[in-house]
Ligand binder design. Structure first.
Ligand SMILES: [Zn+2]
Length: 404
């Protein structure tokens, strides 16, 4: 290994630790890949360390993407244009499945996924929770600096499909994290078998929950576009008894909600369901860009925060988003919910995701002991507030480099 200086001191007009207030004329000291200290430059400047001055920058933690499907990156044509039938998720899923079936070159798909991952890293993303349907997608993150937490997603609604998926579970490597897709596509027995496996592993259990009004209609009445969609594909289960409740209450009745369950989207949830999520310690991942693309509505984020939930942010896939940029997700979330404080939005894209992944000791904040893989973001802010404002609203204008 090349011999490098032992210690560096990085100085910038603003350091944004996320775990604490913004530090004006801030600095941090790193040694052997870890942050040793963070504070005001005036208090750290006597340290014996090589100075790297980031004038015109803000130092911030790397971002954490709470929800992606790298495997779908080759279907970016679908996400490039707004959904032609806003709010109609079954229509989009039908087109997604058709596009996926038509794309027959697995190497092309893998290349697109690796390119998307490289773009994620270039955009400052240090960790991603990735969902895929092919066991081999687990290897996509190999050799990349962005940490990929892969989950194999299984589906099956009709009894026979559930049984087949449950049998398949037995054949998968025990250290492969598995999860379900959504309440409208993954039946009770399969969901419970998957959650049981995730508990044993232990693995995080990310699930698409309450994404569209159609999903809630299916659960409440057993009817609607999802029933028609499943029936048309021969996937409907006549023995399905609609629980007559919303998605969160449904999952809770099945015993699926705990601290390791990550409810992705959570757009169509009631205040009572938000309280229930908080009570169970379940986690939420918001995907404002994908929700806007799909036209399914906005998650009730202020109510979630009022109940003490600390959601993370996810991009979802390129098949339902024009971009895998968490800067864009932050900007969209702020457009959707202007009253939410910028510091809280930045925490969603950093600290909250790291906490959900169980890696807060290494990622998501700038504090002694965390990884020194951090971001220097170009920014001309003059005050703490301006720095936070820019990071959370800059979107596509954000320019950054990694400090290692
Ligand atoms: Zn998704």
């Amino acid at each position: 290994m090349m011999q490098e200086p032992d210690r560096y001191i990085y100085r910038a007009p603003f350091v944004v630790p996320v775990s604490g207030p913004v530090i004006a004329d801030g600095a941090l000291i790193t040694e052997q890949g870890k942050v040793m200290a963070v504070g005001r430059y005036a208090d750290l400047k006597e340290a014996e360390a090589e100075l790297v001055d980031y004038e015109g920058h803000v130092l911030a933690p790397a971002l954490v993407n709470g929800h992606a499907h790298l495997e779908l990156s080759h279907l970016a044509a679908l996400g490039g244009e707004p959904h032609s039938r806003p709010g109609d998720m079954p229509d989009w899923i039908g087109r997604l499945l058709a596009a996926r079936a038509a794309a027959t070159d697995p190497e092309e798909a893998a290349d697109a996924a690796r390119y998307a991952l490289a773009r994620l890293y270039a955009g400052g993303c240090g960790a991603v929770i990735d969902i895929g349907n092919l066991p081999e997608s687990r290897a996509l993150g190999e050799g990349f600096k962005t940490r990929v937490s892969f989950h194999l997603e299984l589906l099956g609604f009709a009894q026979k499909s559930q049984e087949a998926a449950i049998s398949r579970l037995e054949t998968l490597p025990p250290d492969l994290c598995c999860t379900g897709h959504a309440p409208y596509s993954t039946g009770v027995h399969l969901l419970q078998a998957l959650k049981e496996r995730a508990r044993r592993a232990p693995c995080l259990f990310p699930l698409h929950v309450a994404e569209s009004a159609d999903e809630i209609e299916l659960l409440r009445s057993g009817n609607g576009r999802f029933r028609d969609f499943l029936a048309a594909r021969g996937a409907w289960d006549d023995s399905f008894t609609p629980p007559g409740v919303g998605a969160v209450v449904y999952l809770d009745r099945l015993g699926l909600l705990d601290e390791q369950t990550l409810c992705v989207h959570a757009v169509h949830v009631t205040e009572e369901e938000i309280a229930l999520l908080a009570e169970r310690g379940a986690k939420v991942c918001l995907c404002p860009g994908s929700n806007r693309y799909m036209g399914v509505g906005r998650a009730p984020v202020p109510a979630m925060l009022a109940h003490g939930l600390q959601p993370c942010l996810g991009t979802d896939s390129l098949a339902s988003n024009s971009n895998l940029s968490l800067w864009q997700e932050m900007a969209l979330l702020r457009e959707d919910h202007p009253a939410i404080a910028p510091a809280e939005v930045l925490a969603m894209a950093t600290q909250n995701g790291a906490r959900i992944l169980g890696i807060e000791a290494e990622r998501g904040v700038i504090a002694p002991g965390v990884s020194s893989s951090l971001l220097a973001v170009e920014c001309t802010a003059q005050t703490d507030d301006e720095a936070l404002e820019y990071l959370t609203s800059g979107g596509a204008a954000i320019r950054l480099e990694w400090i290692e």
